[in-house]
Ligand binder design. Structure first.
Ligand code: HEM
Length: 150
């Protein structure tokens, strides 16, 4: 639609867009679908990206890979899948370190400040749209020793 030459066709498409696709009635009707889609997209890409980063960091760190594999072999063995009840502190630390360096949502979702607030030395007026830079927090050299190393 965006590339159609401006004219009767374009005007008709725009009218359909407003009266049908984005009509209040249809938006309300499909609200439950959008809610489910939110949960699906929030839970799939985040998990996939985190696993991908963790595996690539492990491939670059043979010592960590060996220790994680040794822990899995010792606690879980090779005859079953791990469960949430298995105690795997080394693997948990590996995943936390991966999420520190490669957060799946580096700026989180935008939030709106409901009332005037002060965070550290910053005054944030009510109504401000706030983006939390999780990536920068995870790489802050005043908090982490060698923040760019896994
Ligand atoms: C490694 C995996 C995941 C990561 C890194 C992750 C990360 C996050 C983060 C950082 C937020 C908060 C965003 C914010 O406060 O601005 C969030 C919210 C949310 N996540 Fe995840 N998530 C993961 C897995 C999942 C899974 C598996 C599901 C669902 C099955 C899920 C569903 C949600 C939902 C519904 C919210 C919004 C909660 C709300 O608005 O209060 N997430 N996630």
């Amino acid at each position: 639609m965006f590339w159609a030459p401006y004219g009767a066709y374009w005007r008709q498409a725009r009218k359909l867009w407003h009266t049908e696709l984005l009509s209040e009635r249809l938006l309300k009707l499909h609200e439950h679908v959008r809610r489910e889609e939110d949960t699906i997209s929030a839970g799939t890409d985040t998990s996939a990206v985190t696993i991908e980063w963790t595996l690539s960091e492990l491939l670059k760190n043979p010592v960590a890979l060996t220790m994680a594999t040794e822990e899995l072999d010792r606690v879980v063995g090779r005859d079953r899948l791990p469960t949430e009840g298995d105690r795997l502190p080394y693997l948990q630390a590996v995943i936390k370190e991966s999420m520190r360096m490669h957060p799946a949502t580096p700026l989180l979702s935008p939030w709106r400040c409901r009332r005037d607030a002060v965070v550290g030395s910053y005054s944030i007026p009510a109504g401000t749209c706030v983006a939390v830079n999780v990536w920068a927090i995870g790489r802050d050299p005043s908090v982490w020793e060698e923040p760019n190393d896994f």
